[in-house]
Ligand binder design. Sequence first.
Ligand code: NAI
Length: 335
Amino acid sequence: MDLKVGVIGTGFIGREHIKRINNKLSGAQVTAVNDINVEAAKSIAEKFNSKFYNSAVDLINSDEVEAIIVASWDPTHAEFVLESIKAGKYVFCEKPLATSAEETLMIIDEEIKFGKKLVQVGFMRRYDRGYREIKNEIENKEIGAPLIIHSIHRNKVPEPQFTTEMSIKNSVIHEIDLYRWLLGEDYKIAQVVIPKTSKNAEGELLDPQIVLLETESGVRIDVESFVNCQYGYDVRCEVVGEEGTLTLADPHQTIKRKKGKKSHPIFPDWSDRFSEAYDIELQEWINDVKKDEMNGPSSWDGYMASYTADLCSQARIKNEIIEIPTQKCPDFYCK
Ligand code: NAI
């Protein structure tokens, strides 16, 4: 029997997830959708043979919905995840889990109170083959201990309402989660450096930004976030170890040599670059829900990412190097 999934938010990524689940993945069907953009959601419902719900809360509590995907705007995530936990239903929430660490703690409290892990956060980089290979190489001690990670996160242009704070809380939050997962340790120091601002950054947006992190064991990480780079979507990562380096390679790239030039296309956006990672992420989530278990990035991972992002944001505002106090993971998540 297919798992009946309800999707809240039928914007860019919501539509991608619906298409994936109904046309490509196995074991689930999107049976219900909701969005405050009623016309758009109704047309998606019609196209994918699912039911439109006027209220997200009604969708969550409907008998026709067994599991929920939250793909609406960041400030709505916490409310819908809390409602899903109260309904006792598995919920996949796009990153970030909430817009502040405080809100993610409310989710953690509710989940622990319910007594069962129900939440997965959409940190899909953990499902990318390239990053998974890097993690294996590190764990097999192929390059000795990691010492430094250099990384880049560039978007062609941002959404119209993109703010300076979102560079960290919405964008770099991927790297914050990723390197914590890759290295298996938390962070102890954060700093944000603002270089000269691009003429393409609109309004008050400070772009690019450089986030500097240090882990508990002393690994130094630099993340360039540049959301107005103009030329395409570009994500890079190099791990420097004691005995070698690991560099993330772009998938499916054909290199053309012609008229004295060597070239390859650049991904236009995240949906192309991480297409396979989204497939694997959602297929594993569906399989886990059907087995009545949750193995992906948890609410605790969502909390640690938001907690670190909040402190990075403070470091930027105060222009200071900030210490990140250690957080003890509850047994519920880390036994
Ligand atoms: P979008 O703006 O294209 O779509 C968001 C949709 O949510 C819109 O259709 C909007 O009308 C709807 N919405 C807003 N408030 C709502 C509410 N209260 N109830 C129901 N619907 C509501 O944005 P996009 O790019 O699809 O992003 C959505 C979420 O997915 C964001 O949280 C974003 O951070 C996350 N995301 C994650 C990515 C990843 O790589 N994991 C990539 C892109 C987005």
